[in-house]
Each structure stands twice: as structure tokens, then as C-alpha cells.
Design a protein. Structure first.
Lengths: 247, 139
């Protein structure tokens, strides 16, 4: 195995150019090094102005998502050796506006995330002294998979619908809505229905399935969306057939 | 109250907004397969039209039925139907493969494994095909 590998990094420096450019850097190819380690090496040894987000280095903070050879990846869990002999193309996450180099603007996602009420919503909030909502293991299993989301936005980057229709609420927000809808302690499903049972909600999804392929935490957002389509359709039928009080 | 999450960006450098190419679907194998799957619905619609034309011919007289058979034997129509059959098979197979992701079926409190949901659809397909084959050939 060669002892060095080339990273072709997309750089966008708005004070220098209006379009991104690609710069190549050689980094040591060590079996234990990830793409993120390679970027840190570049920042330390070649160019301190290289900008990118990262924090935990263990696939839980969700901040180091980038496009690696065209695939959305957490760079802390993507090993350089998997791409030997290289070169490896590192670009900002697709489908998001770029602020600088490998940093994308995530405000659209954050705006959509709060729309789906991603917290336990109850009309009868108990006082803190007695607030313990018990749950059986089976009830927890209902939603646990969808609670693994780390908001890394790889699913948005993989989704061609989000690229073509930026108003689409998107995979992670819908999966998180399902995480709370399926939680036995929650009573806010009707709040989420108004947001999700819309052309920009679940009905924008055409089940490409790439969100699930891209997800580093096995959340399966595509399944969350399809399952919610059934729920939304049933609610629409009920709304049409039943009198208001019986819904 | 201001939004707690999205703050006004104020003065900052322009964002670079990448444009989506018209040929985005050529860039990945999974996207190409997805576009083919979407396209398959056109051929499903074609089979419905073909069936309706057939029913109309049967409902008229022998001459109309014969005209339909002659038209359907036209090499162009046969070629179209062969292509349509390929797309309808793609449609069916991809649908069967995706269905377990969309459905959670429980039996006595236990979740049925996704593989079983997929296989049960294939089993139903084989059973219906067998009945159709028996109607056409066996009787």
C-alpha cells in the first residue's frame, strides 16, 4: 500500500472567487485514518484556512457530513484506506448552499425540523416533581429506530426530491416526526399531521430510498415516510367520513 | 419573539448555490433505477388502455374482435407490448421489494419479518398466475 493519498478538496472562498475550485493535497495514508483525519492533517500542515465542521470523531455529533467521491458520508467514519489508491474527492454536502469550503448552510433544515414538533407534546403536562412517564420495552421499541437520528443531514444530501423541490420537509424531519408520533407518551400527532399531510410533506416523497442508503445510523427514513403516508391517508379518509367528534 | 433557531444571517459573504443538472438522474445507478421505475407507470397505463380496447372489441362483433387481433399482431404493437411487459415486471418486482419497508405487520404482538412480507407477495403472484394459467390452458 502506498504511504500517501491525494485528497481533491472543493474550496469555496467567497472573498476570492464566486465559484468553488478544487485543490489537491497529499496526506499520509494510514490504516486508522479517516477522511476527517486527512482534512485535519491538511489544516495543520498545508493550509490553515481550510474550513469544515467536525466535533466528536465518533459518529454521534452529526457535524462532519460531506460528499466523499460523490456519496454523502460522515467523514469521521469513512476510512482513507477504503478509497486507496485515490484520489478522493471531498466536497460539501450536496443540495445545500455553501458558506465556505466544506461548510454548508443548514438553516433550511433547522427551520423544517421545528415545524414537525420534534418533542413530546402533551396537553396535561405534569409538574416536575411527579413527572415520570413510564414506558414498556415494547412501547420503546416502537420508535427507538427513528430516535437514532443525529441530524447529520446526509439523507437530505442523498435525496433528489429535496434537490428538485427545496420546499420538501425532507427525510430526517419526517423520521423525527414519526419518532414522536410512535411514542406512547406523546399526544401531538395531530400537530404533525397538519405539517406532514401536505404536498411538501410526505406526499412529495416518491420513495427513491437513497435517504435510507445514506443514513449512518440505520434510521431508515424512507420507511418512516412510507408508513406515515398510510397514517396520513387513513386520517384523511376518517376526516372525510366521520363527524368531527368521532375522529 | 424571534425564532430561536434561525437567526438573521446579517452581513455575510454570498452563499454558493449549486445548480441541479437536468441529467441528475444519470449520475447514480440507484437514481437511474428509480427513474426507470417511475417511467414504468406509463407502461402500466398502456396495458390498461390495451385491455380496455380489447374489451371494447370483444363487446362489439366478431369483425371488430378480428380487427383487434390483426392490429395486436402488428410487429410494432408486439414490440411495444414486449417493452411494456419488461417495464411492468420491473414495476411489480421493485414494488414487492419496497413494500416491507412501508408496512409493519404484527401477528400476536410480534412483528412479521420484512422478508416474509416480501415472499408472501411473490407467493400470491404465483398463485394468481396459476389460476389464470388454469383458466387459459387447463380447462
Amino acid at each position: 500500500m502506498a504511504d500517501r493519498i491525494t485528497l481533491e478538496v472543493t474550496r469555496y472562498q467567497p472573498e476570492l472567487s464566486t465559484t468553488p475550485e478544487i485543490e489537491s493535497y497529499e496526506v499520509p495514508l494510514r490504516p486508522e485514518w479517516t477522511v476527517l483525519d486527512g482534512l485535519n492533517y491538511i489544516k495543520d500542515q498545508h493550509d490553515g484556512t481550510l474550513s469544515y465542521r467536525w466535533s466528536c470523531r465518533m459518529g454521534i455529533c452529526g457535524s462532519c457530513g460531506m460528499s466523499v467521491n460523490g456519496d454523502p458520508k460522515l467523514t469521521c467514519g469513512t476510512f482513507l484506506s477504503g478509497y486507496a489508491p485515490g484520489p478522493i474527492r471531498v466536497a460539501p454536502l450536496a443540495n445545500f448552499p455553501v458558506i465556505r469550503d466544506l461548510i454548508v448552510d443548514i438553516s433550511d433544515f433547522l427551520r423544517k425540523l421545528v415545524q414537525v414538533t420534534p418533542w413530546i407534546s402533551r396537553p396535561d403536562e405534569r409538574p416536575i416533581s411527579e413527572r415520570e412517564y413510564l414506558q414498556t420495552p415494547a412501547e420503546m421499541e416502537e420508535y427507538q429506530q427513528f430516535s437514532m437520528c443525529i441530524n447529520c443531514m446526509l439523507c437530505y444530501s442523498a435525496c433528489p426530491i429535496y434537490a428538485l423541490e427545496p420546499e420538501f420537509i425532507g427525510p430526517a424531519a419526517i423520521a423525527l416526526a414519526q419518532r414522536y408520533n410512535l411514542d406512547s407518551r406523546d399526544a401531538g400527532a395531530h400537530l404533525r399531521l397538519d405539517v406532514l399531510n401536505t404536498p411538501e410533506g410526505v406526499w412529495a416523497c416518491t420513495f427513491v430510498g437513497e435517504c435510507t442508503t445514506a443514513c449512518p445510523k440505520d434510521v431508515d427514513p424512507a420507511a418512516a415516510i412510507q408508513r406515515y403516508k398510510l397514517t396520513a391517508a387513513m386520517e384523511s379518509v376518517k376526516g372525510f367520513l366521520l363527524p368531527r367528534g368521532a375522529r | 419573539m424571534t425564532d430561536p433557531v434561525v437567526r438573521d444571517s446579517g452581513e455575510r459573504a454570498p452563499l454558493y448555490r449549486p445548480r441541479v443538472s437536468r441529467l441528475w438522474w444519470l449520475h447514480r445507478r440507484s437514481y437511474r433505477l428509480f427513474v426507470l421505475r417511475e417511467l414504468s407507470s406509463v407502461f402500466v397505463a398502456w396495458f390498461v388502455v390495451f385491455l380496455l380496447l380489447f374489451l371494447r372489441a370483444v363487446g362489439q362483433d366478431d369483425a371488430a374482435y378480428q380487427r383487434f387481433l390483426d392490429w395486436a399482431a402488428n410487429p410494432f404493437v408486439i414490440a411495444l407490448n414486449v417493452v411494456a411487459l419488461a417495464f411492468v415486471l420491473l414495476h411489480a418486482v421493485t414494488w414487492f421489494n419496497l413494500a416491507p419497508q412501508a408496512m409493519v405487520v404484527r401477528l400476536r404482538g410480534r412483528r412479521i419479518p420484512p422478508r416474509m412480507i416480501m415472499l408472501s407477495q411473490y407467493a400470491a403472484w404465483v398463485a394468481v398466475s396459476a389460476v389464470v394459467a388454469w383458466l387459459l390452458v387447463g380447462r
